[in-house]
Design a protein around this ligand. Structure first.
Ligand code: ZN
Length: 160
């Protein structure tokens, strides 16, 4: 069994190595690398199975490059998960798990994930039925409503 110190050291080395290879300013790359390792630790997996997506590259030159999208591979089951993080500058926010909108099947934030048990709760209950009043399920994060991932005809899509 690997010691805590060894695992902490490996996480530190991985974050530094990832930050050196990200095409972003050093401080931005360090924030993204730290967030990548945080999600891996939260999920209890090797950080190499968490990959930051790259759309933020273009945005980084103009406005804020976030939210950050992180793709996760579950090697045990071959499943893929996609998380969004609002801003890696702030290390105390939850991760948003992307799931399919129950109406349009677009990839949208369906759960706030702060720890592994919250992910387990979501997976045990998803998909949540939509309330009859036309609002999103109360357990969904605020970001579900008006997310650009909704299809063009979806009532939850942000008005143009
Ligand atoms: Zn939708």
């Amino acid at each position: 069994m690997t010691s805590i110190a060894d695992r902490a050291s490996a996480a530190h080395r991985y974050a530094e190595r990832l930050a050196r290879h990200l095409p972003a300013p050093a401080c931005t790359a360090a924030d993204i690398a730290r967030t990548t390792v945080r999600l891996a630790v939260l999920l209890g997996i090797d950080p190499e199975h968490v990959r930051p997506a790259w759309p933020w590259q273009r945005a980084a030159r103009t406005t804020r490059p976030y939210p950050l999208t992180l793709h996760v591979t579950d090697c045990a089951e071959g499943a893929e998960y996609v998380f969004r993080y609002r801003d890696p500058l702030y290390p105390d926010e939850s991760f948003l798990l992307l799931g399919l909108c129950p109406l349009c099947a677009g990839p949208v934030p369906c759960a706030d994930i702060r720890d592994l048990a919250e992910l387990g709760t979501y997976l045990a209950r998803a998909p949540l039925p939509l309330p009859e009043d036309g609002r999103p399920p109360a357990d969904y994060p605020d970001e579900f409503d008006a997310d650009p991932g909704h299809g063009p005809a979806c009532p939850f899509r942000e008005p143009a």
